[in-house]
Design a protein around this ligand. Sequence first.
Ligand code: SAM
Length: 241
Amino acid sequence: MYRQIKLFSMTLLILCSCVQAEEYTARRQQMIREIEADVLDTAAYIDKRALNPKVMEVMAQLPRHRFVPQKQQPYAYENRPLGIGHGQTISQPYIVALMSDLLHPDPGHRILELGTGSGYQAAVLAQMGAQVYTIEIIEPLGKQAADRFAELGYGNISTRIGDGYYGWESQAPFDSIVVTAAASHVPPPLIDQLKPGGRMVIPVGGGFQVQQLMLIEKQEDGGIKTRQILPVRFVPLTGSH
Ligand code: SAM
């Protein structure tokens, strides 16, 4: 009798997780449709009507619900930022998709991220084959993200706790750099750590105000080309720099 009950409970558990997995897949597809709609709505700003299909493919598969606290899991596939504790957020999926697209990630690229947060942005880039170096200033968030990367099997993400303003000099130069918190100015150490031909995406402006998402391209001669992409709203870059 006991064995029958155990077998029944296990079958029920497997059945439930299959149904939940299917539901998450459907919600992710809906999230992708909403990102595509946002891309069209902002086409005049971003100068394109579709993002890199590989970015969309990765985001259609990545379990965003694994990157948010349990109480946020029912909302994990809504196209909006969500709280992850410590006053911080996982960014809106559309913005993650856009920033990933702007970085032009290729397999083998070395990418630096400032602001690990939940780890979702780093996972998108890692899933595209990049070697990701990510820095978080809030220790519990950084440690939680590192555990998550280990659980999900990301061997190509290196984590560090500290002030990302100074970059990660021992691992430089980088093919691209993504800053996921708003800076009052572009940190000069990050420009230095970008390869010639490299790209940086960074929100610039006052914290909690409307900022400008900027694309910075380092020319082969070391010169800098800057383009404003879109008004955005990010939490501020903190630290003692
Ligand atoms: N990329 C994250 C994700 O995918 O969940 C979202 C990041 S959240 C919008 C911004 C993160 O930047 C927060 O976790 C915050 O603690 C971190 N941060 C702020 N200032 C920082 C700094 N100077 N160095 C490193 N991380 C910083």
